[in-house]
Design a binder for this molecule. Structure first.
Ligand SMILES: Cc1cc2nc3c(=O)[nH]c(=O)nc-3n(C[C@H](O)[C@H](O)[C@H](O)COP(=O)(O)O)c2cc1C
Length: 160
């Protein structure tokens, strides 16, 4: 059975935690790759690929964008899962998911999901603390990452 690649970019660790949680739910060997540390990956080794990134000011991490545009044609051929971490829910959260990845990859993906967010105020810099308080009216830590949504996502990838 071929390996699964989970490639992600994370600023404060939420997307990374989701990547690790998904990794623990896979029924085959997994390589985790932090795109902020490693950009050159041999995609030939993988049949299934999961990509994840977090949303800041409406946009996914630059490293995820770059990875997608550089490897778009290869990624389209894979069994693909896409996720974001972001605090916007409903239509806005969905819109962010649909603009985070190229249309061709969204179309090719077997599963795509907004996993939700984790806010840890003490990990933020001064500007982030101000923004999150003023723009999002968030004053204390929270996490709305759902284990069951992660489970459903993992199940789709496991069963293809
Ligand atoms: C300064 C700032 C801006 C943010 N902007 C957005 C946003 O535009 N949309 C959104 O859904 N979430 C936004 N978030 C929430 C993050 O996406 C969320 O905390 C996510 O879990 C972070 O994941 P990471 O720790 O992997 O970077 C923002 C958070 C901060 C601190």
């Amino acid at each position: 059975m071929s390996k699964v690649l989970i490639a992600f970019a994370s600023k404060h660790g939420c997307t990374e935690e989701c990547a690790k949680a998904l990794s623990g739910k896979m029924n085959t060997e997994v390589d985790l790759c932090n795109l902020k540390e490693k950009k050159q990956i041999d995609l030939n080794a993988y049949d299934k690929i999961i990509l994840g990134g977090s949303i800041y000011a409406g946009r996914i991490q630059r490293e995820v964008k770059e990875f997608c545009s550089k490897n778009e044609s290869r990624l389209k051929e894979k069994k693909l899962g896409l996720y974001i971490c972001g605090m916007s829910q409903g239509d806005e959260g969905n819109k962010q998911l649909m603009t985070a990845y190229p249309q061709s990859l969204l179309d090719a993906s077997l599963v795509k999901e907004n996993f939700g967010a984790k806010i840890e105020i003490n990990k933020m810099n001064f500007m982030e603390k101000k923004l999150i308080k003023i723009v999002a009216k968030v004053e204390s830590d929270f996490s709305n990452i759902s284990e069951s949504v992660l489970d459903q996502f993992a199940q789709v990838i496991n069963e293809v």
